[in-house]
Design a protein around this ligand. Structure first.
Ligand SMILES: O=P(O)(O)O[C@H]1O[C@H](CO)[C@@H](O)[C@H]1O
Length: 310
């Protein structure tokens, strides 16, 4: 961690943020196309990543590069810091850089972190637009030598062997369902599921999608798990919300070429999906279509939070 200087980072941030907002209770990471979450904030102050020592720059469309500080929810509001733009390992950022903002949030005083992302559905019952309340993860990179916590510990008080069985806060997950109830969202607007972390930047092949599904994952994406690990190591409670932007596993699978040729010879139309690809533009389009649901949910959860220590 010698490359990271928390004191310099916090100084640069505090120079630009009024004292009342310098100790946010809640941290939010906005997923692809979900930066609109920050429009929920009042008295907002933006701090560009360029001006923060140790922060990288987000290079992905749909990700900005600034922190937003402000108040969320009714009444006095909850002090929040939101990352408008995250870092992904596939952009070339080191895992330690990917998770540095999470560690900085902990130093600012964040207790609960809401991590959002766009994700592909592996579970065919998840329609595009569903918000998945993540309850567990499968991280192939963690199991194969790319664990973000590999290496010297960033703080001697952190556990060397971090348990992950309780990574996704039950308290916060319950609040999401209470929030959905208060907002009268239809039952199928939300689901619970397991997130598979892959490195990207390629989208999965159909066979890889089936592999991850067979392993028990419901959605797949290229972010989030490193942030979850750092947040847990730092002692924060974690909520992850995945917006389903596309289907990875197609029910019934793709039609085979033989079936297609046989249908052509018989002069019959081919029934089923022949070919389908996903693009980041589609991912962003779903984000802008469904971002408001995510936003009202996050606002309502912030409203339902009890004061720290209560
Ligand atoms: O996880 P977020 O940052 O929301 O973005 C998701 O969308 C991008 C692919 O379209 C990937 O970066 C994937 O992880």
């Amino acid at each position: 961690m010698a490359e990271f200087d928390f004191t310099a980072t916090l100084q640069a941030i505090n120079d630009q943020v009024p004292p009342a907002l310098q100790h946010p209770r809640v941290g939010i990471i906005c997923g692809s196309g979900l930066s609109g979450l920050a429009t929920s904030l009042r008295d907002t102050v933006f701090v560009s990543y360029d001006s923060i020592p140790g922060f990288a720059k987000s290079t992905v469309a749909g990700h900005k590069s600034s922190l937003a500080f402000g108040l969320m929810g009714t009444g006095d509001g909850v002090p929040v810091v939101a990352m408008l733009g995250r870092f992904h390992p596939y952009e070339g950022h080191k895992l330690s850089s990917v998770v540095y903002p999470v560690r900085v949030m902990a130093k600012m005083g964040v207790k609960d972190i809401f991590i959002t992302n766009a994700a592909g559905a592996l579970n065919p019952s998840l329609a595009v637009g569903t918000i998945v309340v993540v309850q567990d993860h499968i991280a192939l990179p963690n199991l194969t030598g790319m664990n973000p916590l590999l290496g010297p510990q960033t703080d001697p008080s952190h556990p060397r062997f971090l348990p992950l069985s309780d990574s996704y806060s039950r308290r916060l997950r319950k609040l999401v369902f209470h929030a959905a109830h208060s907002l009268s969202l239809p039952r199928d607007a939300l689901a619970e599921g397991t997130y598979a972390w892959v490195s990207g930047p390629t989208y999965e092949t159909p066979a890889e999608g089936r592999l991850l599904r067979a392993a028990g994952a419901d959605v797949v994406g290229m972010s989030t798990v490193p942030e979850v690990l750092a947040a847990r190591e730092e002692g924060m409670d974690v909520l992850v919300l995945s917006l389903v932007t596309n289907a990875v596993v197609i029910p019934g699978g793709y039609k085979s070429v033989r079936e297609e040729v046989e249908a052509e010879i018989a002069g019959k139309p081919i029934v089923g999906v022949v070919d389908e690809t996903i693009s980041h533009e589609e991912v962003l389009a779903v984000g802008s279509l469904k971002g408001d649901v995510m936003k009202s949910l996050v606002e309502k959860v912030a409203d339902l939070l009890h004061p720290v220590g209560v």
